[in-house]
Design a protein around this ligand. Structure first.
Ligand code: NDP
Length: 458
C-alpha cells in the first residue's frame, strides 16, 4: 500500500493523504461485491428502493460536510459544492424509484407466453475524473445500484475524498457491506486491474478521450459493456437576432464555471459577424466581473484549477504572444490560479481545436447559419453547446444540425438528472442520467413459456 498526498488547490497546502489500493485489492473488492450483489438482488424491490432513499437522506444530512470536503480537495466554490452535494441527493432519490418500476415486457407469440426480465449485470466498475468527483460518481453508482448491481468506484487520484465519504454513508444508511466500494489509487494500477477483471461486467468511464479509447480497447478483451463520457469542445453560437445583452452576460458562465474544468464548457463562442464587435463590447465587463477567488467565500464564482500540473497544462495554451482580447482577474500568491481569458485566434489554432479544460475561451466570427453549423461541427467532439436566437425555427434547425448530445437554446444548461446526458462522435458512447439509465446496467433476458392447449398437446 502506498500513500498519496492531497493538496488544497486554493492554497497549495497539503490537506492529508490517502492510502492507495493495489491490483490485489481489486480482486478482493470484486469478491466482496459479488456476494453483496447477491444479497442486494435478493431483497424485495420495495426494500431496495427504501435503502436507496435512506442513502439519499444520509447524503442530504451530510451536505455541508461533503461540500466542505470538495472545497478543500477540489477548490470548488462553496455554493457550487453545495449544489453538487444536493445533486447527489437528487440523483439517488430519482433512481430510488427504479427498483419498483424496472419492468420487462410481455411479447405476443404463438404457443405460449414470452416475457423479458431486466437482469442486473452484476459488478459495475466506475472510473471517475477529478473535475466533478461526487456528481459524476453518482451518475454511475445510483442507476447501477438501482438496477440491482454492486459498484466499485475508482476516483481520480487528486480528488478522492467525497467519493470515499459517500461510500461510508451508503453503508451507514443500510446498503449491504461491499455493495458500494471505493478504491482510491492510480489509473494505471487500480483502473487497469478493473479493466482486466473478468468479474466486472461493465465499466463506466468519464475522463479524457485518449484514456477513453484505451478503456474501450481493454474492455473488448472480455466484451465488457462500456459507457464513456469523454471530452468536449462545445460551441456557443450567438446569432444576430438574439437577446445579445443576455447572451454576452451569460457566456462567461457557460465556459468559466468550475474554472472551465467541465466537459460541457462552451469553449468556442461563435458570433455572427454583424454583431461581433457589439458582442465583444458587452462580453468584456461580463468577463472582468466574474468573481474569482477564495472558494470558501460565499460570493466566489470561480475557484482555482485543480492542481499545479493542470495549471501548467492550461498555461501552455496562452503564450506571451497569444491573441488575448481581454482577461478577468485571479488572486496572486499560492494556489493554482488562472484568470478567465478571452482569445480571438485563427480557426486552425490549437486553442480552437483542443480541449483546454481551463478558463480559456476562443471567440470566432461566422457569416450565416450554414457557416455557424459548419464551424460548430468542425471538431471530433460532440458533447454540448448553446444556440442563442429569438427565431424559433432557426433554433430548431440549428439544434438538429449541430452534432452534439446536449444542446440548450438561450441558456447554457447541460445536466439535469432526469434527462439523458452524453456525447456524439469522440465525446463518448452511451448515455447517463434520465429515465433509461438503469437499463444500461441490465441484461435483457427473454423467457418463453409453452402453454398447452388443455388437451395434452403442447
Ligand atoms: P484521464 O482520462 O487520464 O483520467 C480519468 C480517470 O481515468 C482517472 O480516474 C484516472 O486515474 C483514470 N485512468 C487513467 N489512466 C487509466 C488507465 N490506464 N486505466 C484505467 N483508468 C485510468 O484524465 P486526466 O485526469 O489525465 O485529465 C487529462 C485531460 O482529460 C484534461 O486536461 C481534460 O482535457 C480531460 N478530462 C476530461 C474530463 C471529462 O469530464 N470529459 C474529465 C477529466 C479530464 P488517475 O487519477 O490515476 O489518473
Amino acid at each position: 500500500m502506498t500513500t498519496f498526498e492531497l493538496v488544497n488547490p486554493a492554497t497549495a497546502e497539503v490537506i492529508g493523504e490517502v492510502d492507495h489500493s493495489d491490483a490485489a485489492a481489486v480482486d478482493d473488492a470484486v469478491a466482496a461485491a459479488q456476494s453483496a450483489q447477491r444479497v442486494w438482488a435478493g431483497l424485495a424491490p420495495a426494500a431496495r428502493a427504501g435503502r436507496l432513499r435512506d442513502f439519499a437522506a444520509a447524503v442530504a444530512a451530510h451536505r455541508d460536510e461533503l461540500a466542505a470536503l470538495e472545497v478543500a480537495n477540489s477548490g470548488h466554490p462553496i455554493g457550487q459544492a453545495r449544489w453538487e452535494a444536493d445533486h447527489v441527493t437528487d440523483v439517488l432519490t430519482y433512481y430510488a424509484a427504479t427498483p419498483e418500476r424496472l419492468s420487462g415486457k410481455q411479447i405476443p407469440v404463438t404457443g405460449g407466453i414470452d416475457i423479458t426480465f431486466c437482469e442486473p449485470i452484476g459488478v459495475i466498475g466506475v472510473i471517475t475524473p477529478w473535475n466533478f468527483p461526487m456528481t459524476i460518481a453518482s451518475w454511475g453508482f445510483a442507476p447501477a445500484l438501482a438496477a440491482g448491481n454492486a459498484v466499485i468506484v475508482k476516483p481520480a487520484e487528486w480528488t478522492p475524498l467525497t467519493t470515499i465519504r459517500l461510500a461510508e454513508l451508503a453503508e451507514q444508511a443500510g446498503l449491504p457491506p461491499g455493495l458500494l466500494q471505493v478504491l482510491p489509487g492510480r489509473g494505471d494500477v487500480v483502473g487497469e486491474a478493473m479493466l482486466g477483471h473478468r468479474g466486472i461486467g461493465k465499466i463506466v468511464f468519464t475522463g479524457s478521450t485518449t484514456t477513453g479509447r484505451h478503456v474501450m480497447a481493454r474492455a473488448a478483451e472480455s466484451v465488457k459493456r462500456v459507457t464513456l463520457e469523454l471530452g468536449g469542445k462545445s460551441a456557443n453560437i450567438v446569432f444576430a437576432d438574439c437577446d445579445l445583452e443576455r447572451a454576452a452576460a451569460t457566456a462567461p458562465y457557460g465556459v468559466f464555471d468550475n474554472a472551465g474544468q467541465d466537459c460541457c464548457a462552451r469553449s468556442r463562442i461563435l458570433v455572427q459577424r454583424s454583431v461581433h464587435e457589439k458582442f465583444m463590447e458587452l462580453l468584456e465587463p461580463a468577463v472582468t466581473g466574474v468573481r474569482v477567488g477564495d472558494p470558501t467565500d460565499e460570493n466566489t464564482e470561480m475557484g482555482p484549477l485543480v492542481s499545479r500540473a493542470h495549471l501548467e497544462k492550461v498555461s501552455s495554451y496562452v503564450s506571451d504572444d497569444a491573441p488575448v482580447a481581454f482577461r478577468g482577474t485571479a488572486p496572486d500568491g499560492p494556489g493554482f490560479w488562472f484568470p478567465p481569458t478571452v482569445l480571438t485566434p485563427q480557426p486552425t489554432d490549437r486553442v480552437v481545436t483542443e480541449e483546454i479544460f481551463g478558463p480559456v475561451v476562443a471567440v470566432l466570427p461566422f457569416d450565416d447559419e450554414a457557416d455557424a453549423v459548419a464551424i460548430a461541427n468542425a471538431t471530433d467532439y460532440g458533447l454540448s453547446g448553446s444556440i442563442w436566437t429569438d427565431d424559433l425555427s432557426r433554433a430548431l434547425r440549428v439544434s438538429r444540425a449541430v452534432a452534439a448530445g446536449n444542446l440548450s437554446v438561450n441558456s447554457h444548461s447541460s445536466v439535469r438528472y432526469s434527462t439523458p446526458f452524453g456525447g456524439f462522435k469522440q465525446s463518448g458512447l452511451g448515455r447517463e442520467l434520465g429515465p433509461d439509465a438503469p437499463l444500461g446496467f441490465t441484461e435483457t433476458k427473454n423467457v418463453f413459456i409453452a402453454v398447452s392447449d388443455g388437451e395434452g398437446k403442447p
